[in-house]
Design a protein around this ligand. Structure first.
Ligand SMILES: Cc1cc2nc3c(=O)[nH]c(=O)nc-3n(C[C@H](O)[C@H](O)[C@H](O)COP(=O)(O)OP(=O)(O)OC[C@H]3O[C@@H](n4cnc5c(N)ncnc54)[C@H](O)[C@@H]3O)c2cc1C
Length: 389
């Protein structure tokens, strides 16, 4: 392949409407109220680590969970740009959004797109009310990058399906209600065929959740053992054998949002607060300026992917590009902040203080470029996207 055979990947240019600007002010006021009650701590990685169902419910009361779901299913019927504004404000503030994150970002849209009418009527109003939380049951011990190799099996029984296998890195399986599990239903020559998705009740008999602790000691992830779990026929999500198509569709939503470049943004805010107390040098300001310019560019790309998804396109290469650029920026931001201010990271410092936030961001940083698909895998997708163009 020579460079001349490649063409640029396009990103639509997006201008936020006036309604989005008003909404931003409302979200900021809500965040201020929550900050005053002590729920918004300005922590990095709050979409993964900030589990607060009460916060999720109060957000839902404002219509800001499942806000792009149709009103007939309990959603707010708002546009994708409005949702974008809400989530970027929440992430930038380090608000505790992890309880409803997966339900809002991908379980809700998946059930809307692939679910039966019964599934939509059951799950979507609960998701939009902030009362039904989902985990992602894709990865396994030997199936991360190579997801099509999943070994979890679903055997058809008289009453439905029996699932056996172990999912790894299942975020929130110990506290959430359901997981969408990818399992092999049929042995086929084409390894991408024969996979299906199931909505699994995480309290069902046969589900055993074993903690995986992060370096910080936090319990966010699990090995989720499915030991002969009976799943009714009505909990098959989409069509039997369409699991691969459905999962790859979900990944574009999973990869392109503001959580792929804003996870460490609260640390930048903390740095700026620290610098208010001492004069910043020209070099410090330049480094902050470079970070901010990168953030601004990636945000524009991310908004472009959101617009393409909303228009029904499949911008897989664009989403992969946003995640690769965005997660590298998340890591670089932590390094830059450490370089600008030589305060040692201290996980035992006062919660919310700069040394504590720095330690938190550092201990989480190995995950930024891995979760949701590693950067090596993303670059393969980007290359294929360039070739196709
Ligand atoms: C913090 C965190 C949260 C997560 N949350 C969830 C979750 O909630 N649910 C869920 O299902 N999964 C989750 N995951 C799993 C995540 O999707 C996988 O870790 C990821 O896809 C990588 O898979 P792996 O860990 O098996 O690594 P491997 O696939 O074994 O990869 C190991 C290394 O080899 C490289 N590599 C592999 N194949 C290739 C290739 N073809 N070309 C070039 N390099 C390659 C990879 O880039 C990587 O550097 C999470 C992971 C992390 C770290």
């Amino acid at each position: 392949m020579s460079p001349s055979t490649l063409a640029p990947i396009a990103f639509p240019d997006v201008t936020l409407p006036e309604s989005a600007r008003r909404l931003r002010a409302e979200v900021r006021a809500f965040v201020d109220e929550e900050r005053a009650r002590g729920t918004v701590l300005g922590r990095p990685d709050s979409w993964l680590a900030g589990w607060d169902p009460g916060f999720s419910r109060r957000l839902a009361e404002r219509g800001w969970v499942g806000m792009a779901l149709p009103t007939e299913y309990g959603g707010a019927g708002r546009g994708f740009l409005e949702r974008y504004v809400v989530i970027e404000e929440l992430l930038a503030a380090g608000a505790p959004v992890s309880a409803h994150w997966v339900s809002d970002r991908q379980a809700g849209p998946s059930v809307l797109q692939h679910g039966t009418e019964e599934q939509r009527r059951f799950f979507l109003p609960r998701i939009a009310a902030g009362q039904c939380f989902f985990s992602i049951g894709m990865s396994e011990k030997s199936s991360g990058s190579d997801l099509a190799s999943v070994a979890t099996r679903a055997e058809h029984t008289a009453d439905g399906w029996r699932l056996t296998g172990t999912k790894m890195w299942t975020g929130g399986a110990h506290v959430n209600d359901y997981a969408i599990v990818l399992a092999r239903t049929d042995d086929t020559e084409d390894r991408h065929a024969g996979l299906s998705q199931f909505i699994v009740d995480l309290r069902a008999p046969g589900v055993r959740v074993e903690p995986i602790h992060l370096m910080s000691g936090e319990h966010r992830f699990n090995a989720c053992h499915l030991e002969g779990v009976d799943v009714p026929d009505g909990m098959l999500l989409g069509r039997r054998g369409d699991g691969w198509k459905q999962v790859t569709g979900e990944l574009a939503f999973e990869r392109s949002g503001p959580e792929r470049y804003l996870s460490t943004f609260p640390l930048l805010v903390s740095l700026l607060r620290e610098l208010e107390r001492r004069p910043a040098t020209a070099e410090q300001l330049t480094r902050i300026g470079i970070l901010t310019a990168r953030l601004h560019s990636i945000r524009r790309l991310s908004l472009g992917v959101a617009a393409a998804l909303d228009a029904g396109a499949a911008p897989d290469a664009q989403a992969a590009l946003v995640k690769d650029l965005g997660t590298r920026l998340e890591v670089a931001l932590v390094d830059t902040v450490r370089g600008i201010l030589p305060t040692p990271a201290d996980p035992h410092a006062t919660p919310g203080s700069h040394p504590e936030l720095l330690a938190f961001a550092l201990l989480h940083s190995p995950g930024y470029t891995l979760r949701g698909g590693t950067n090596e895998i993303l670059r393969g997708i980007i290359t294929r996207g360039l070739e196709q163009h």
